[in-house]
Design a binder for this molecule. Structure first.
Ligand SMILES: [Zn+2]
Length: 253
């Protein structure tokens, strides 16, 4: 029963994230005007706002002008729902769930803005930094010392990578947004899980890039946003990081 409640609320949350993804980039307000078709500007009725199902019922087209609706809408809603169900399954309800719900929301919104526009809006970083600091001060996510170490490790390591890439390869290997994002993740997860996030993001990013090159979706030298890999790695580290580290230490030593 509680799973159903989490699933429904998170579908609605996913629909709200879609609004954030669209409006944070275009600079519109999150709350006003009410949801409307980006093409014909017709405001949407309650039926148009039912997550996933309205997209399927309308077969991906706007009810009013017939313009194609981006499949990103149902994808974000479904992904959001699956992520929150997993979050609930692993950490249960409580203050931790509340804190990491905000963390997860930031990761999801950043992922899709970065995929579409190759940018990570500073407002999301600021919200993440403030929340991450707050939750660690009241000991909900991790202690403040661990959080600050995590921030320093996350921010510092990617900054170093960026500086080295600029010095040695004379190119911008790492965007400023990616550096700040790993800093935010550090605040929420502490230093151990941040180190794991860094490693996982490099593995996942590497594997995906090879697949994209092999399938010729991307060419050598094409830009591939790194923010989604960092976000996915941060999510995996949050849910299963402690087990992964235990397993790794057990195998190696
Ligand atoms: Zn329309």
């Amino acid at each position: 029963m509680i799973y159903l409640v989490v699933a429904i609320i998170s579908l609605l949350l996913g629909s709200f994230f879609n609004v954030c993804i669209h409006r944070l980039y275009s600079g519109e307000s999150i709350v006003y005007p009410p949801s409307h078709c980006p093409s014909c500007k017709h405001s949407l009725g309650p039926l148009d706002l039912v997550p996933v199902f309205s997209y399927l019922a309308l077969m991906g087209k706007c009810r009013y002008c017939g313009e194609r609706i981006s499949p990103r809408y149902p994808v974000v809603e479904l992904l959001t729902s699956i992520s929150y169900i997993l979050l609930y399954k692993v950490i249960g309800l409580g203050w931790g769930f509340a804190a990491y719900s905000i963390f997860l929301g930031i990761l999801i919104i950043i992922t899709f803005i970065d995929l579409e526009h190759q940018i990570i809006p500073n407002i999301l970083i600021v919200i993440g930094l403030v929340m991450g600091l707050l939750f660690s001060l009241i000991n909900i996510t991790t202690g403040i010392t661990d959080a600050l170490l995590g921030f320093a490790l996350g921010f510092g390591s990617l900054l170093l990578v960026a500086l080295l890439a600029k010095l040695l390869l004379r190119k911008d290997g790492m965007g400023g947004g990616d550096i700040k994002l790993l800093g935010v993740i550090g605040l929420f997860l502490g230093w151990k899980l941040t180190l794991l996030t860094l490693l996982l993001s490099i593995y996942i990013g590497g594997i995906f890039s090879i697949i994209l090159l092999l399938l010729r979706i991307k060419k050598k030298g094409d830009y591939i946003p790194f923010g989604p890999f960092i976000s996915l790695a941060g999510f995996i580290a949050l849910l299963w990081g402690k087990n992964i580290i235990q397993w790794y230490v057990g195998v190696s030593f």
